[in-house]
Design a binder for this molecule. Structure first.
Ligand SMILES: Nc1ncnc2c1ncn2[C@@H]1O[C@H](COP(=O)(O)OP(=O)(O)OP(=O)(O)O)[C@@H](O)[C@H]1O
Length: 242
């Protein structure tokens, strides 16, 4: 079976500067792949390029075996992607955002399954985005990534701004979806979620892969999360000179 995503030597430029360089990674189908790294290390730039929101400046990007490095539009169609919550237009309601990305609300609801409840979407449908809190915007943005029924989904720091119950429910619902075949890629700042929920991942430092986090490593991390946290903090600190 082809990997869901295979990057070789991938590069992304922003402001005329390469902010992602020489990235190799393999994301297995039906797995949850986590990206961690310091602020500014390149996670968002890489995820936006994968989702077709930015061009790649070099390398190869195979999605399900098909070379798409030069085809942003095809990548944008292939991935469900949560828009940055602070960029959602104030003048739309929750339902407008979801219908824009996924069509009829009944269809969006059935595609979302348990995520619809986990994200508490119903009370947000008729609320103006401009009247939403940061956590409410985040819920709508994540819902938008699932509204179209994609089997490949990219979420950039999905747990930011969520209250503890919403974060717990979302993590569980996402894990269930991955166990049901979804391929999920998330940037995370929370090492506990990385250890407890992800199947594999990598650590970014200064636009490059500083460390690959294998399935074995993350299984060990799930059993000994405190030791994993200590180890990751030490590595992140040394990578950033912090
Ligand atoms: N719109 C932009 N124009 C120019 N440079 C940018 C832009 N957005 C980000 N950058 C630069 O790209 C680099 C990588 O930023 P990116 O947002 O990808 O990092 P990140 O790992 O997602 O950070 P964070 O954890 O803070 O979200 C940084 O040096 C940043 O200054």
């Amino acid at each position: 079976m082809n990997p869901a995503v295979l990057l070789t030597g991938a590069a992304v430029e922003r402001g005329g500067r390469q902010v992602v360089r020489a990235v190799d990674l393999t994301v297995a189908q039906g797995s949850w792949f986590g990206f961690i790294g310091a602020n500014g290390s390149g996670k968002t730039s890489l995820l936006r390029a994968l989702a077709g929101r930015l061009p790649f400046a070099g390398g190869s990007c195979r999605v399900g075996g098909e070379e798409l490095v030069g085809d942003r539009a095809a990548r944008a169609l292939r991935f469900g992607f949560a828009p940055p919550p602070d960029k959602l237009p104030d003048s739309l309601r929750g339902r407008d955002v979801l219908e824009f990305t996924g069509g009829k609300m009944e269809e969006v609801r059935s595609r979302m399954g348990s995520l619809y409840v986990a994200l508490g979407v119903a009370p947000l449908l008729d609320r103006w985005i401009g009247d939403c809190s940061a956590g409410m915007r985040q819920r709508i943005a994540i819902a938008a990534a699932f509204a179209g029924g994609h089997s490949l989904v990219i979420l950039d720091e999905p747990f930011n701004w969520l209250d503890p119950v919403a974060a717990f429910d979302l993590r569980r619902a996402l894990r269930e979806r991955v166990d049901g075949g979804l391929t999920l890629m998330t940037a995370l700042h929370d090492l506990n979620t990385l250890a407890a929920a992800c199947d594999a991942g990598l650590m970014f430092a200064d636009g490059k892969v500083a460390m690959t986090l294998s399935e074995d490593m993350l299984q060990t991390a799930a059993r000994t999360p405190q030791a994993f946290e200590r180890q990751m903090i030490d590595i992140l600190r040394s990578e950033t000179g912090g």
